[in-house]
Write a protein that binds this ligand. Sequence first.
Ligand SMILES: *Cc1c(COP(=O)(O)O)cnc(C)c1O
Length: 231
Amino acid sequence: MPAGPGTGAVADGGSLGGRLESIRAELPAGVTLIVVTKFHPAPLVRELAALGVRDVGESRHQEAAPKAAELAGLGLRWHFIGQLQSNKAKAVRGYASVLHSLDRLSLLDALADPEAEPIEAFVQVNLTDDPARGGVAPADLAAFAERALGTPGVRLAGLMAVAGLGADPARGFARVRELRDRVLLPVAPHATGLSMGMSGDWREAIREGATHLRIGTAITGNRPDPAYART
Ligand SMILES: *Cc1c(COP(=O)(O)O)cnc(C)c1O
């Protein structure tokens, strides 16, 4: 079963460092582990930094911005992984080096900025037939990639996907890899990234060639009440 938010394939036993190490031990060279810290307060991120974590993932601007500001001295790379409103795009670029959820043209346009340091952006692919799930439909990917390549201030990094609920994650991830190879690489040979794999399916993602894993609960334990993020 894929893990949804809060359902986590979670090891609540053990320590933060122990859970982190057991996942690190299985990572092939060259795979970036992003520890998803959404809903967790800044001190947990500080603990992770002390354990050598450099890449952290957040999904809500109103929560991520103050955390990134508070922890600015730690040399962390902030990855924005959640749905992003176009009117927050410029602000997110202020602290995030990587956006994993570039999912529509209006957001791409909002990110356009010839003056700014380019943000690394993964195009989120919708693996379901439901447009409401978010992400670019595979049929629209070629045109979207062309537009992204022509957008100043955006550097195309690759593709991102979330395995569909109830769907076989391995098949979904294989499809994303195939889309990267067939649609993306011919027009953007540098865009080799595959951001896929969460707490419940990261091993499948590695087998299908993931370059970036976004893992929360399997490392942090269950997330605190989401109300934290709204305060
Ligand atoms: C929350 C989240 C994750 C991490 O989920 P876990 O199941 O806790 O590992 C990964 N990717 C996205 C887009 C998320 O929103």
